[in-house]
Write a protein that binds this ligand. Structure first.
Ligand code: WT7
Length: 565
């Protein structure tokens, strides 16, 4: 074995000795080893000399801004918890949030956790079919949303018998089955006894896409905050007096784990910007709020790159100290550009909705290898396995983790079979292909399945295909991710038209709109190609990877594999 450098030797020693339990005292616990993630994120700071420190700096693109201190956030989330208590919410019941990045999203999320109910988040771009799938599968009892978004839920409400009430954040006069948020909040007490939970009790859930079937509900535990807290501190390098900006939306896991829980657990003032992306706006926010730590995604970095290296120089961005990225491969060009634009490197972090927190990263204590995702976080054991399940170095294989990290998903909501399918011979299979080099650095190669990553957002081809074949003109559909220099991948659909169907001139535009309305503003096919037929196995399953190989101009390989499937 090659001799390890001194820094690596120290790391190896620390890693051997590492035990999650020794870090328990960084969190607040109730009697009997009980915990509540929301108590850790806000209550304990509101009870400390941080009470009057800003927790949330919020601003939108329509000139509105608001600052909430830890104490204010505590009181408001207590009020929301009391609103739910009055509605007789019980531990483990699901309350969903379908809102943009407004303060109410953060207040209600924390309030839900305080009661012991499970908080579910829905990305604001979701269309009615996507909402129906998620609200039906979760059996959500209450939904909090706005008058702008509620129409999409109303459309499918008749299919959601478990949904008792809809709480509207911006309405005083409400219909039957609706509740006015402001009216109830005004009446509610700002004191609430946070419910002590077992570390393995569910706290929040998120729907995420696989290759087949409808999206799955990934359940996360209150105890996950241990890893969210430690990685926010040791990977994102958050320090007590930092101003921190996580650009992710709480509709996705990053926006929860590092936009609510891990960051606030460290008592750090956090910026939230609700509005359209624009390089000028982003830079002006960093300048205005003196952002020190910035956690964003490769697509956003590439969009900033397009507006040039001169633009950031026009702003005083000297406050920036540490930059991180997640969600898709961070190209070396993006790191090099960051160095020119900000004099700092973006640090890649790898994890998934299912892992609940960062697992592999370019940590502050590591020498960075540009293009690599870095090394596993202390206490996380990662490996690359070959087809026989043997650990390999310097060879592409399956990226796997040893189960036992604190933020690992608890279950897939009411789908034990799916949950079990992640595990084989004592390993958690991420579904990613990677390579581990001799020095223990991990290099991302690609997905092992057909999951699409567009703008860093995960889209299941099955969901898009299901929406496409709802259209009367489409008989069959197959969807792939096509590499794109800016967005990582774009969604491309291959469709077979229904018999005797004559597409109009605007067919492509019509189909895009059709999918957007049902599914989501971000999950529609940018390219649509009409085909006579689609490649299938003998049993009639469409083989997406053949379409992808064709699209990429690769050889089709041995077609006999088609016959065997
Ligand atoms: C998939 C998980 C949890 C963060 C947001 C994404 C891809 C994630 C990286 C990275 C290359 C990455 C993987 C992974 N991915 N981070 N640093 N480099 N690819 O969560 O939506 O559940 O997606 O995103 O393919 O499996 P997600």
């Amino acid at each position: 074995m090659k001799k390890l450098k001194r820094k690596d030797r120290t790391r190896a020693k620390v890693s051997k000795k590492f035990n999650w339990k020794t870090h328990h005292d960084e969190l607040a616990w109730f009697k009997g080893e009980k915990i509540n993630a929301a108590y850790n994120a806000v209550t304990r700071h509101a009870l400390s000399d941080h009470a009057n420190k800003p927790a949330l700096y919020w601003e939108n693109d329509r000139g509105k801004a608001k600052t909430l201190t830890f104490s204010e956030l505590e009181k408001l989330s207590n009020k929301f918890a009391n609103v739910l208590k009055k509605l007789q919410i019980k531990k483990g019941e699901r309350v969903f949030i379908f809102l943009p990045k407004v303060p109410e999203t953060y207040i209600s999320f924390l309030g839900i956790l305080k009661t012991g109910a499970i908080a579910g988040t829905l990305f604001q771009a979701f269309g009615y079919a996507a909402l129906e799938d998620r609200l039906k599968n979760s059996g959500a009892k209450y939904l909090i949303t706005s008058s702008e978004l509620v129409g999409r839920v109303d459309k499918v409400k008749k299919n959601l018998p478990k949904l008792k009430k809809i709480i509207l954040i911006d309405k005083i006069k409400v219909k039957k089955n609706e509740i006015s948020y402001s009216k109830e909040m005004a009446k509610a007490s700002d004191e609430f006894k946070v419910k002590p939970m077992k570390p393995e009790d569910p706290a929040f859930m998120l729907y995420t896409s696989g290759t087949t079937g409808k999206p799955k509900g990934v359940i996360h535990k209150h105890g996950a905050i241990l890893q969210q807290h430690l990685t926010a501190k040791k990977v994102l390098d958050l320090k007590e007096n930092d101003i921190y900006w996580c650009t992710a939306d709480p509709g996705w896991v990053t926006g929860i784990a590092y936009g609510i829980l891990g960051n606030w657990s460290n008592g750090v003032s956090s910026l939230v910007y609700e509005g359209k992306f624009s390089p000028d706006k982003w830079y002006s926010l960093i300048k205005k709020y003196k952002v020190k730590v910035w956690y964003t995604a490769p697509t956003a970095i590439r969009m900033l790159m397009r507006s040039g290296v001169k633009l950031p120089k026009k702003y005083n961005l000297k406050s920036l100290r540490y930059l991180c990225s997640v969600g898709e491969p961070l190209n070396p060009e993006a790191i090099r550009w960051g160095r020119k634009a900000f004099g700092l490197s973006f640090h890649d972090t790898w994890w998934q909705t299912e892992t609940g927190a960062i697992c592999i990263a370019n940590q502050p204590t590591l020498k960075m290898k540009v293009g690599s995702m870095g090394k596993p976080f202390l206490g996380v054991k990662a490996a690359v396995l070959n087809d026989k399940g043997k650990e390999v170095l310097n060879h592409a294989g399956d990226l796997v983790l040893k189960p036992g990290w604190p933020s690992m998903m608890k279950e897939i909501w009411r789908n034990e079979k799916k949950y079990k399918s992640y595990f084989k011979k004592g390993w958690y299979y991420s579904g990613d292909k990677a390579l581990q080099d001799q020095e223990g650095y991990f290099w991302f190669i690609g997905r092992a399945d057909d999951i699409i990553k567009t703008r860093g957002e995960r889209v299941g081809p099955f969901e898009v295909e299901s929406a496409l074949i709802e259209h009367p003109g489409i008989a069959e559909a197959a969807v792939i991710g096509k590499p794109d220099a800016l967005l990582g991948e774009i969604i491309k659909a291959f469709v077979v038209l229904a018999k005797d169907y004559k597409p109009s001139k605007n067919f492509t535009e019509e189909i895009k709109k059709f999918v957007k309305k049902r599914l989501a503003g971000h999950a529609y096919p940018k390219e649509i190609e009409i085909r006579k037929d689609l490649p299938k196995t003998r049993s009639g399953k469409i083989v997406r990877r053949f379409l992808k190989a064709q699209e990429l101009g690769l050889t089709m390989g041995d077609t006999s594999t088609l016959e065997k499937e």
